[in-house]
Design a protein around this ligand. Structure first.
Ligand SMILES: [Zn+2]
Length: 82
């Protein structure tokens, strides 16, 4: 019960961060590697319809990029490739 009350009082980004921490964090983000965004543009539905795109990640870095409305391009999102 205490945990449930805690979850209900969490801000949405805190809940997302906790979910990310439980399932997609291994030191660095296992989804984006810490860049804050990822590219699924080659992904298609089972029917073959292209559904991929550039996404902000759910990790803290991705949430920060989304909150700042930082544009994601195929070249990256404020984190130029080195
Ligand atoms: Zn990430």
């Amino acid at each position: 019960m205490a945990r449930r009350q805690h979850e209900e009082s969490m801000a949405p980004d805190e809940a997302i961060t906790e979910y990310w921490r439980q399932h997609y964090c291994a030191g660095d983000c296992t989804i984006c590697g810490g860049r804050g965004w990822f590219d699924t543009t080659g992904t298609c539905s089972r029917a073959g319809r292209p559904v991929g795109r550039l996404h902000y990640c759910i990790c803290p870095n991705g949430q920060q990029l989304r909150a700042s409305n930082f544009p994601i391009t195929s070249d990256g999102a404020g984190h130029p490739a080195h």
